[in-house]
Design a protein around this ligand. Sequence first.
Ligand SMILES: [Ca+2]
Length: 110
Amino acid sequence: MKNVKKNVCVTVVGTLLLVLSSSFSYGNNLKQNSRPYDLIFQLLDLNHSGYLEGNELAPLTSLLNVTTDVVPILISLADENHDGKVSENEFTIAGGVQGILDLYRTYFPN
Ligand SMILES: [Ca+2]
């Protein structure tokens, strides 16, 4: 029961992120204004450490229809300096949530 609640929560947050990122991800306005990425980063950074680490990318798994086992892979896709966590700068370079989803689908096509 606890797991079901957790999964529902992950799905809801994931859907919210997808809506947010799809409203912000397209168009050139991103280059002029990185604020949308800041907002999404802060939503994901549950412990406000300034990094996305641990299970903080779990909401993305519901968008990919995969288990949370792939969270470490999602982190590694954006983790440019290989310190095991994603800084706000790395998140922006990766293209935010949409960029990380696209990278995953590129490397792990079904
Ligand atoms: Ca990093």
